[in-house]
Design a protein around this ligand. Structure first.
Ligand SMILES: [Zn+2]
Length: 197
């Protein structure tokens, strides 16, 4: 299950020292923002009109240049995996709004990566809210540990399927998501980890 995996990853990150606190980390992949001092809505440089914004006035978001790098890696790897052009992949991400926050969210129901339906107050690391809008939680000081890549896959499937982004992932109720998508997410996040993004 995806949530468990992220919890495990977060625990490993936070273990190194008793004073470890990712909010104090100065890695440039995540920045602190305050809407009373500067704009929280930012364009991603060189992207097909992709914007990023925080959920709250005082919050954390991905540094636009780091986000650009993550998106470029995503486009390259997706194009390689599914034998398509980078232009076509970029087109599938056009006008996307990436909302980011360090403040967690829960939903009343969700599907795990294997299609298992879960009910209750479920903490989520990311959400595809519409085919133009994702929400991603800042988990650590780097993008690889977030659900960004996972949610980008939902967006591409949603824009292809028109009516849904395959909420049950590898489950059988909705179509679109395959094991190749899951493996691609793992591979891209590994590249982001290796490039300290
Ligand atoms: Zn999902």
């Amino acid at each position: 299950m995806r949530l468990m995996k992220y919890l495990v990853v977060t625990l490993i990150i936070l273990l190194p020292g008793p004073n470890a606190c990712y909010h104090q980390n100065t890695s440039r992949a995540v920045i602190k923002v305050d809407c009373t001092k500067s704009t929280i809505l930012k364009n991603i440089p060189g992207s097909p009109n992709i914007t990023t914004v925080t959920s709250h006035c005082k919050d954390y978001q991905f540094d636009p240049d780091s986000l650009k790098m993550a998106l470029d890696i995503f486009v390259q790897e997706y194009a390689d995996q599914f034998v398509t052009s980078k232009i076509a992949v970029r087109e599938m991400l056009k006008n996307l709004k990436i909302e980011v926050s360090a403040i967690p969210r829960t939903v009343h129901a969700a599907y795990g990566i294997n299609g298992k339906y879960l009910k209750g107050n479920i903490p989520v690391a990311g959400l595809a809210l519409s085919k133009n809008h994702i929400w991603v939680e800042v988990k650590t000081s780097q993008i690889w540990s977030s659900a960004l890549v996972h949610e980008l896959i939902h967006i591409i499937i949603w824009r292809k399927n028109i009516v849904h982004g395959d909420p049950d992932h590898e489950g059988k109720e909705f179509s679109g998501w395959t094991k190749e998508h899951t493996k691609l997410i793992e591979r891209i996040n590994k590249i982001l980890l290796d490039t300290e993004t």
